[in-house]
Write a protein that binds this ligand. Structure first.
Ligand code: PEP
Ligand code: MN
Length: 337
C-alpha cells in the first residue's frame, strides 16, 4: 500500500498516521519528495481501515501495490534512487563506468589495467577474485590474494573496486575491503546470501539470473532491501535463450521495464551478454542509447591469454576509443560520462 500525503502535511500529521499504521503492525517507509511525502507501507495492510485514513485532510490518496516487490517498486519511491560510492553517484546524470578484467591474475595485470581504464574515464575497477566457473577444473580465481591485489590497484589508482561474492562466509571480509559487492547471475536467488547482504550498508551490484524474469530480479533486490540495505544497483547481463551464437541474449528492454517498475539504477554488462569482444562496443552504445545508468565492461591487456573470458574482453586501447562515442550518445539525453 502507498499513501500519498498532501503538500500541507505537518510533522504532527506524519507522526499521527505513522502511529496508526504501526499500531496495525505495519512498517512505514517515508519518501520525502520536493513537494510531497509518500508513505510506503509494508506488512499486512488488509486490516487497515482505509476510509478512516482517507478522512484525514492530509491524506491525498491511497494506492494498492499489486506487485510482490514493495521497497523496489517505483510506486514507493517515484524518484530515481541515487547511490553514492566514494563520491560518485550511481543512477544520476553522470553515467557509471565499471571496467576491468574478468578475473584478477597478478599484481602487474590488475594494476596496469586499472591505470589504463582510469586514464580513459572509468570510475570503478572490476575484477573477480572468487570466480563462479561451470567446471570445477577451471581456474577458480586468486581468492583472498586476488582481493589483496584489487586493494593494491585501488590504492595505486583511487578507483573503487567491484568484485563478486560467492559465499556468505566471506561477507565480513567483503564489507571491509570492497566498495561495491557484486552478486553474480548464478547467485541471484541465493536467498541466504541476499538476506545477509541486506544486513550491511554496502552498495550491491545484483546481476540478473540466467533465466530470471524482471519480477524475479526485483524480488531478489527486495530481499536485500527488506533487510534495510536500499543500495542496490541492478545489472542486465543477458539471458539464456534458444540462441547459441551469442553467449546470452542481451535484453535491452530490461532497462525500460526496470525503470518503469522500479526506482533502482540499472547498468548493462555487454561482455557476458555477447560473449564476443567484437560485439561489446556496439552493444555498449545501444545500452547508453536506451537509457542504462552505466556499463560494466570486461577489459584485458592480453585477451588471448586471459585466465577467464578472454573471448569477450576488449583491450584497453579499444576501451579508450569507445569512450568518446559513448559520451556523444550520452549527451543526446543530457547525460555525461
Ligand atoms: C562476471 O562478472 O565475471 C560474471 C561471472 O558475471 P555473471 O554473473 O553475469 O555471469
Ligand atoms: Mn567474466
Amino acid at each position: 500500500m502507498v499513501i500519498v500525503l498532501h503538500p500541507s502535511t505537518t510533522p504532527e500529521n506524519l507522526a499521527e498516521i505513522t502511529r496508526i499504521l504501526e499500531k496495525n503492525g505495519c512498517k512505514v517507509c517515508p519518501t520525502y519528495g520536493e513537494f510531497q511525502i509518500i508513505l510506503g507501507i509494508v506488512g499486512n495492510t488488509q486490516q487497515i481501515d482505509r476510509s478512516r485514513l482517507l478522512n484525514k485532510k492530509y491524506v491525498e490518496k491511497i494506492l494498492s501495490v499489486q506487485e510482490p516487490y514493495k521497497k523496489a517498486n517505483r510506486m514507493f519511491h517515484p524518484e530515481n534512487t541515487l547511490i553514492e560510492v566514494e563520491g560518485q553517484i550511481i543512477g544520476g546524470n553522470k553515467l557509471t563506468m565499471i571496467a576491468g578484467p574478468c578475473s584478477v591474475e597478478s599484481e602487474a595485470q590488475i594494476v596496469s589495467i586499472a591505470r589504463e581504464v582510469k586514464a580513459s574515464g572509468a570510475g570503478f575497477l572490476r575484477g573477480g577474485a572468487y570466480k563462479p566457473r561451470t567446471s570445477p577444473y577451471s581456474f577458480q580465481g586468486m581468492e583472498e590474494e586476488g582481493l589483496e591485489l584489487l586493494k593494491i590497484a585501488r590504492k595505486e589508482t583511487g578507483l573503487p573496486i567491484v568484485t563478486e561474492i560467492m559465499s556468505v562466509t566471506k561477507l565480513d571480509k567483503f564489507v571491509e575491503d570492497v566498495d561495491i559487492i557484486q552478486v553474480g547471475a548464478r547467485n541471484m536467488q541465493n536467498f541466504d546470501l541476499l538476506k545477509a547482504l541486506g544486513q550491511t550498508n554496502k552498495p550491491i551490484l545484483l546481476k540478473r539470473g540466467l533465466s530470471a524474469t524482471f519480477e524475479e530480479l526485483l524480488m531478489s533486490a527486495e530481499y536485500i532491501m527488506a533487510g534495510g540495505n536500499e543500495n542496490v544497483i541492478l545489472c542486465e547481463r543477458g539471458i539464456r535463450t534458444f540462441e547459441t551464437y551469442t553467449r546470452n541474449t542481451l535484453d535491452l528492454s530490461a532497462v525500460l521495464a526496470i525503470k518503469r517498475l522500479s526506482h533502482l539504477p540499472i547498468i548493462i554488462d555487454p561482455s557476458h551478454a555477447a560473449g564476443k569482444w567484437w560485439m561489446v562496443e556496439a552493444l555498449s552504445k545501444a545500452a547508453i542509447a536506451v537509457g542504462a545508468d552505466g556499463l560494466i565492461i570486461e577489459v584485458h591487456n592480453d585477451p588471448d591469454n586471459a585466465s577467464c573470458d578472454g573471448k569477450q574482453s576488449i583491450t584497453p586501447e579499444r576501451f579508450t576509443a569507445l569512450m568518446d562515442p559513448l559520451r556523444l550518445i550520452a549527451q543526446i539525453d543530457n547525460r555525461t560520462f
